[in-house]
Design a binder for this molecule. Structure first.
Ligand SMILES: Nc1ncnc2c1ncn2[C@@H]1O[C@H](COP(=O)(O)OP(=O)(O)OP(=O)(O)O)[C@@H](O)[C@H]1O
Length: 276
């Protein structure tokens, strides 16, 4: 479904990805792993069409970039931008309904579902600047859910958030996979990868390995990817623990409730980084 063939991406004269070939099937859940500067974010941006390949290509089959939802690294978003949680999340639907349009009842329903899935009911009128780090990340997930896209690309969704929030959001990712969505996530936490992600792309500007956790995260591959300090303990990593994130309802019930009203869509370009 996503066919990446001999992909090279350069920033001016400087290569960021070299000769990457990977075939990703519909419904797969994949972690992209690699040291800082390995080209992980670059690969996501190339898949979503924000960066042009210097050579090689990416095919999405019958899908287009409109069918892709992107969750950026949270520090790339201006958290001081004056916008409510509701308006921020509703921006996820702009590809469907355009900017500055009133929501239909079905869009409002999607919004409520998204808020519910990330346990942020009652936060609709809050300014995004007042959210904690974990609540902010939940809001980013809600906006991604609002897009209702077939392909989800997430860039470091679990950086600097607590275990509870990580587990809740892992549950959201799991639900999305069960709905048949294809999910590709950049992750630095190798233990999280080994526990929750069936497949891994290991990068170091070039492709070190692609496949199941067991076949990819070997000492040899980790060493080639620049994880020399971790390679020697890789064989002790527990890759057999199943997903047990079931605390979503608990957090959900502890948050305040509030009715929604109709909202506007705001152009995400106002508060997000632009790719140069
Ligand atoms: N806009 C840009 N202009 C020039 N070079 C860039 C740009 N964006 C990224 N790079 C370079 O491309 C390489 C890959 O960057 P990328 O952000 O894809 O790595 P990454 O694996 O996501 O890193 P990290 O884990 O640190 O986020 C790095 O050397 C980086 O400095």
């Amino acid at each position: 479904m996503i066919n990446i063939l001999n992909l090279c991406v350069n920033y001016k004269d400087s290569p960021a990805l070299n000769n990457i070939s990977v075939e990703i099937k519909k419904g797969q859940l994949i972690a992209i792993v690699g040291a800082n500067g390995a080209g992980k974010s670059t690969l996501l941006k190339a898949i979503m069409g924000q960066l042009e390949p210097s050579s090689g290509f990416i095919e999405l089959g019958v899908l287009t970039s409109k069918d892709i939802a992107y969750l950026p690294q949270s520090h790339k978003i201006d958290r001081k931008f004056p916008i409510t949680v509701k308006d921020f999340i509703s921006a996820g639907s702009w590809k469907r309904i355009g900017f500055w349009k009133k929501f239909s009842s079905s869009e409002n329903e999607l919004l409520q579902q998204a808020l519910n899935k990330v346990s942020l009911e009652g936060f609709e009128e809050r300014q995004i600047s007042t959210l904690s780090g974990g609540q902010f990340q939940r809001m980013l997930f809600a906006r991604m859910l609002m897009q209702d896209a077939d392909i989800l690309l997430l860039d470091e969704p679990f950086t600097a958030i607590d275990t509870q929030t990580t587990m809740d959001l892992m549950n959201v990712i799991n639900d999305c996979q069960q709905q048949g969505k294809t999910i590709i996530t950049v992750i630095h936490d190798l233990l999280l990868v080994s526990r929750f992600f069936p497949n891994v792309i290991l990068l170091a500007k070039e492709l070190i390995a692609y496949g199941s956790v067991k076949t990819v995260m070997t000492s040899d591959n980790l060493s080639k990817a620049g994880y020399q300090h971790l390679a020697y303990i890789s064989h002790t990593m527990d890759i057999s623990t199943p997903l047990t994130a079931d605390s979503h309802n608990e957090v959900s019930s502890s948050l305040p409730k509030k009715n929604s009203t109709h909202i506007h869509c705001t152009n995400p370009a106002h508060y997000e980084e632009k790719i140069s």
